[in-house]
Design a protein around this ligand. Structure first.
Ligand code: ARG
Length: 499
């Protein structure tokens, strides 16, 4: 008897497939998603707590009423955490469900005060900002973990020479480390984008009410503090009209992130192709076939590429939703909730999956080196060398190398005889020593010559790794501080007791 496996495939693999990866690839085929407003429940409870505390502090409601509201919200929170609270569809949305819960428990004299000076319009805008800013921090954390893993990988491969491609054709010699560092540099820009988005989202729209403020003497600074926002988003009409903006801003960040992850995915597919064989995806991270028992497929990479496309569609949809809407609240914006939540839920695990792939990746250093010595990928470097030492223009040497490559076809690498022949044919009397040609045919030697800032020489790459690593530390600090601030505000809000 073979051991129980969850998939029909997999007996041919040396490792048990990583469950997270199998689930990631299966996606919505076999899993449903929570309702949008179910996701918002914890945030709506926070918004309600903050608003009610502020009403009490402004002497709009009494301490007794606040106590009952907070008690009701606490009881609801517990049910939510235990997974025992189900939204009642007849109550339309999360906001009415929450208010009704308190009213049903403590009467309308209590629950009925919660909506004083407030509308579902500013409430949902506020809930969404709480949800989205957390989504920003989760994304940033996952990207940071992935980037740190990539840098660790890069440190191990500063000497690993390989071909660099243009048009999918071998171009020039590079290193695996240089390649990996390019990913991290892109992710660093994504991290900047997430932080900018976080900062714009982290402003308080509560108090806008329907869009036009309220006659109650509310204090928006107080709710700002209770929810850990950076500041009030002042104009009440804009607080409502701009609802789509935060969603779209984060969708845009995701579009950039997923485009970066798609390139990484395509690289992994190409470089691990058996015909290329420069890397191998660990058997833990491949998926099998239900008919071809030998298959080891990189499904995760394909899924990531298609998810990028999914985000592009969502981003376009989000951009259109509030385009040309009349200033004010329009129910059109309700759909922005579904769109951004779909994007987040589809993509949030992608960086973690790729991290697992790189942590277990097999790099075939020898194959990379061998390929880097084929295909005349040192031609530019040889031309550069000749131009420098013989004091010729680059174009003259380019032409010399074009001839040399033509005459070296049989050897498969630049031959000394071919170079001499090209020199003579082109009317030059110079002689190049065979040892020099031999050195220039060594891909490690060639790599070591590219030493300017950002180039792939091992020493230069180490400097890049340090620079990138310092950048990651700054972003890690940002996430840490922001997470702490939100937690402190949440804890203080939950602990509040009227005197
Ligand atoms: N569920 C609604 C939304 O997400 C809440 C706001 C409803 N406001 C209204 N005026 N109908 O937009």
């Amino acid at each position: 008897m073979t051991s129980k496996k969850k998939q029909v495939w997999g007996s041919h693999l040396s490792q048990t497939p990583a469950e997270q990866n199998v689930m990631f690839c299966a996606g919505r085929d076999v899993k449903s998603l929570p309702m949008a407003d179910e996701v918002l429940l914890p945030y709506d409870i926070w918004t309600n707590r903050a608003h009610s505390i502020m009403l009490y502090q402004q002497k709009i409601i009494s301490g007794d009423i606040l106590c009952s509201i907070l008690k009701g919200l606490g009881e609801l929170e517990e049910l939510v955490q235990q997974g025992k609270f189900v939204l009642n569809p007849e109550k339309e949305d999360v906001h009415i469900n929450v208010e009704s819960f308190v009213t049903e428990k403590y009467g309308v004299a209590v629950g009925g005060t919660m909506h004083t000076g407030r509308s579902r319009n500013d409430q949902v805008a506020c809930d969404m900002r709480l949800y989205l800013r957390e989504a920003c921090l989760i994304l940033e954390k996952r990207l940071l973990e992935f980037a740190a893993c990539l840098l660790e990988h890069a440190r191990q491969h500063t000497q690993t020479v390989m071909p660099g491609f243009t048009h999918y054709q071998p171009g020039m010699i590079t290193s695996w480390s240089h390649w990996i560092c390019s990913y991290v540099q892109g992710i660093c820009r994504d991290l900047e984008r997430v932080e900018m988005t976080f900062q714009q989202i982290n402003r308080n729209p509560l108090g806008a009410a329907a869009a036009f403020g309220t006659s109650w003497n509310i204090d928006r600074q107080k709710t700002t503090q209770l929810m850990g926002f950076d500041r009030v988003e002042t104009n009440t009409l804009d607080c409502i009209v701009s609802r789509w903006e935060n969603e779209t801003q984060l969708a845009q960040v995701y579009a950039f992130v997923m485009n970066h992850l798609s390139v990484i995915s395509q690289d992994l597919i190409f470089l691990s192709l058996p015909y290329v064989g420069m890397i191998q995806i660990d058997e833990k991270m491949v998926t099998g076939s239900s008919i071809m028992p030998q298959k080891k497929n990189p499904d995760f990479a394909e899924v990531i590429k298609s998810k990028a496309s999914f985000v592009h569609g969502g981003l376009m949809g989000l951009l259109g939703i509030q385009k040309g809407g009349l200033s004010g609240y329009n129910r059109d914006t309700q759909l922005t909730k579904y769109m951004i939540m779909d994007i987040i839920r589809e993509c949030e695990l992608a960086p973690a999956i790729l991290k697992s792939v790189f942590e277990t990746l097999h790099v075939h250093i020898k194959v990379m080196k061998q390929r880097s010595q084929e295909g005349f990928m040192n031609a530019v470097d040889v031309a550069d060398y000749l131009a420098r030492t013989l004091h010729l223009s680059f174009r003259e040497c380019y032409n010399l190398l074009a001839l040399t490559v033509k005459y070296s076809q049989q050897e498969g690498k630049i031959s000394h005889t071919a170079l001499q022949k090209a020199l003579r044919e082109s009317g030059y009397e110079f002689d190049i020593l065979p040892d020099i040609v031999a050195s220039l045919n060594d891909s490690r030697f060639v790599l070591n010559q590219r030493m300017h800032q950002g180039a792939p020489a091992p020493e230069t790459i180490l400097a890049q790794i340090e620079e990138l690593s310092a950048g990651l530390s700054t972003h890690t600090e940002f996430v840490k501080t922001a997470t702490q601030q939100l937690k402190q505000a949440h804890d203080a809000c939950c602990a509040f007791q009227p005197e």
